[in-house]
Design a protein around this ligand. Sequence first.
Ligand code: URA
Length: 253
Amino acid sequence: MKRQQQIEVAEMERLQKVIAHAGFASRRKAEQLIIDGQVKVNGKVVKELGIKVSSTDKVEVNGIPVEREEPIYFLFYKPRGVISSVKDDKGRKVVTDFLPDIKQRVYPIGRLDYDTTGLLLLTNDGEFANLLMHPKNEIEKVYVAKIKGIPSREKVRGLERGVRLEDGKTAPAKAKVISIDKKKQTSIIELTIHEGRNRQVRRMFEAIGHPVMKLKREKYGFLTLQGLSVGDMRELTPHEVKQLRSISTATEK
Ligand code: URA
């Protein structure tokens, strides 16, 4: 095959993959969108699943153009006082302010609270983001919390067994007391969870009567903050991206 032809072949991608990557739907749902006639390529409805498109083809889902960008993945050590968003109406700092100068439009996978520090992933690959955020995925997240007071052993066990929150009981977790400051009446607890509900860790500690004073996410699956300082952003390696896909047990069913 001539070199020019090889390049063209490499750029061709399945239509459902292009739609999924742009974050419109999972691959399976993208297939359904195609079958249902909701997808146009260069202005014409396409209902065949096998079709491949190149970067110059114009793809639309229900009239909305599908943006095609080279996928990119970052690991960020989020500082305190930064919003897990791409823009803020009040002019506060957002996580994307820390990105290097890139063409792609990247957004965070899930969120950390304004005051939470630690590991946050960002990408422009919607399919990857959906996979990692799927409620069924079992990716472990390790948090270290400084809390008010000194919890009893029973309360720490309670965190592990699951606490009742307004959106239901939390799944089994791991909790480890790292240190206790009797004088200041504070404790440092490591909490490992695999759910990703809004403000979950803070709400779990509130539920046992020990509010969080400081919170940091130290690990996301096998990823750590090793080698990074607060505010640093690094690209994930292709191997790390592959590993994250494979440890995510989420199904698209
Ligand atoms: N749980 C929280 O309460 N806050 C975070 O930022 C992350 C998890």
